[in-house]
Design a protein around this ligand. Structure first.
Ligand SMILES: [Zn+2]
Ligand SMILES: [Zn+2]
Length: 254
C-alpha cells in the first residue's frame, strides 16, 4: 500500500516543478507557458491534498475503502480531500477554499479553451494558495515542500510561497513600472532595494509606502530624497539647503 503514498507525493512534486518552470517562462508575458503553469499547479494542489489524506491511511484515497475490489474503486476528488482534512480538525480557511475553487474553474476554462485570463489576478490568487499550502504543509507533513523543489526553481518557489518575499517582489515590479530611479536604489525607510520610484519630484517606496520629496544637494547638485539629506543651512526659512551624505563625508575628510 505504501507505494500509493510515494507515487502521490512524487507526482505532486513533479507537477510543482513543472508548474514552476512554466510559471518562470509565463509570468513575463508568455501566455501559453502561463496557461500550462496553471494546469500543473492545479494538478499539484490536488495531488498534494490527496497525499495528506493518504497519510492517515493509504486506503482512504479510495471513495470506498471497504470495497472487495479495491483496485477498481474510484479515488477521491480534491473536495473530498479538503473535507477530510477539515474533519480531521485541520484549519482550512474560507479564503483558501475560495481561491482553490477560483483556480479550479480557471483550469477548467483553460482545458475547454474558453477563457479570458486576468494574469495579475491569477498571479495573486496563486500566491495566496502557495503561501497557504506551504504553511499547511509545515503543520501536517514531516517534510518541507522546498526540499522537493529543483535547485534552479527554489527562488521562484520562495517568492510565491513566502508572503513577505511575494510582497517585496510585487513592490519591485510596481516600482519598475513607474521608474525614475536607478535600478536597485533602496528605501532608507524599510531598507529594501529596488522598491523606490520617482515621479514629479516625489519618491515613493512601493513596499512600505513611504513618500518623500526630492531635494537637491546644495554642494554637488545631485537630487536625493529629503530624508537622506542633512540640513546644511536653514537660516532663511522657508528655504532650506540640503547636503548629501557623500558631500558631508568629503568635507569632513578634507
Ligand atoms: Zn520602504
Ligand atoms: Zn552632494
Amino acid at each position: 500500500m505504501a507505494k500509493i503514498e510515494l507515487d502521490l507525493l512524487e507526482n505532486a512534486t513533479d507537477s510543482l516543478n513543472e508548474a514552476l518552470t512554466k510559471y518562470t517562462e509565463g509570468k513575463n508575458g508568455n501566455l501559453k507557458a502561463f496557461k500550462f503553469a496553471i494546469l500543473h499547479f492545479s494538478h499539484f494542489f490536488e495531488l498534494l491534498l490527496k497525499y495528506y489524506v493518504s497519510e492517515s491511511h493509504p486506503l482512504l484515497i479510495y471513495k470506498n475503502p471497504f470495497s472487495k475490489k479495491i483496485e477498481k474503486e474510484n479515488t477521491i476528488g480534491i473536495w473530498d480531500a479538503v473535507q477530510f482534512l477539515k474533519n480531521e480538525g485541520h484549519g482550512v480557511s474560507k479564503q483558501f477554499e475560495d481561491d482553490l475553487r477560483w483556480f479550479k474553474e480557471l483550469r477548467n476554462d483553460i482545458e475547454h479553451h474558453k477563457f479570458s485570463l486576468d494574469v495579475e489576478e491569477a498571479k495573486s490568487t496563486l500566491g495566496r494558495l502557495m503561501q497557504t499550502i506551504n504553511e499547511f504543509n509545515e503543520t501536517v507533513a514531516s517534510f518541507e515542500l522546498k526540499d522537493h523543489v529543483d535547485k534552479e526553481l527554489i527562488s521562484e518557489f520562495e517568492i510565491l510561497a513566502d508572503e513577505y518575499k511575494a510582497k517585496v517582489a510585487q513592490a519591485i515590479e510596481d516600482a519598475e513600472k513607474i521608474g525614475g530611479v536607478e535600478n536597485g536604489y533602496y528605501c532608507s525607510c524599510c531598507g529594501i532595494a529596488g522598491t523606490m520610484s520617482l515621479t514629479d519630484g516625489v519618491y515613493k517606496c512601493h513596499f512600505c509606502n513611504e513618500e518623500c520629496d526630492e531635494v537637491e544637494c546644495s554642494v554637488c547638485g545631485i537630487n536625493i530624497p529629503e530624508y537622506e539629506g542633512q540640513i546644511w543651512n536653514d537660516d532663511h526659512p522657508p528655504h532650506v539647503d540640503y547636503i548629501c551624505d557623500s558631500c558631508v563625508y568629503r568635507i569632513a575628510h578634507m
